[in-house]
Ligand binder design. Sequence first.
Ligand code: 2YJ
Length: 269
Amino acid sequence: MTRLTPDLIEGVPEDTIDLDSKLMSMCGKTVKQLALEGAGVDHDVDFSKMKVACVPITSGMGVISGFSSSVDAIVKRLGMQSYVTKGTDVNGFSQAISDGVDMIMMADDAMFVAYNVHARKYTNNSWGTAMGYSVALKNAAGGVEGKDVLVIGAGLVGTEAVKILKSWGANVSVTDIKPEKALALQEKYGVKALEDVEVALASHKYILNAAPAIFPGRLIMEGAVVSTPGVPHYFDEESRKKAKAIIHDPLEIGTAMMAVNSAMYSMER
Ligand code: 2YJ
């Protein structure tokens, strides 16, 4: 996982990118609607009774300025009650438990979880990101069943995306800067490993980019739908002109997906 930096997330609390409007125009759904779909829920859910604590974690590389407040804002936009604990780490966690919260959101350098206290289960960010961006891709593409979809990156998010897209009936190909990683997914999940990322990109209209890579516009297909959680995020003018949709935000889609999925562990479906 790439470490987020304060500049990447500075617009998240006030939602300066207006993610819902962007998603509505590309996918026809809001972030909450996409997250519910990813959690397998086919109706709106009132989350107003769900109490969430966001715990800042200082271990490893430490607190990222604005991270907990961004997660807090994202969770609030889903209609949940949320706050950032005063204490950090174990102190913050114990405060959250004493306050009787239903869910705890916290991240260190390796793991970001939404922990449902009642169900004693968590949803992690790799799955949340893969599912959130796969659902967005599916909606923007008008379904993926029987379509050729390319997953770039065979890391934690890419692997989850391969499994999800395959389960939806897509013809999944995967490519990674380390070919053996793509080959391992080919073996395990019966998808197709492609070695040359440029050839792969130029021949696919539907792309889930789970790698911190930058691709030149000459390789992007006309009318392409690119769902791209990776940071840094950069698509040149040619890509933006040619693509039908480039779906990206630094934190919200993955985080909303985690929060909704974890909340549903203890709510009626
Ligand atoms: O509590 C804090 O402020 C920090 N401990 C947060 C650390 C956040 N974690 C990361 O940046 C992960 N490496 C990646 C998160 C993935 C988001 N898509």
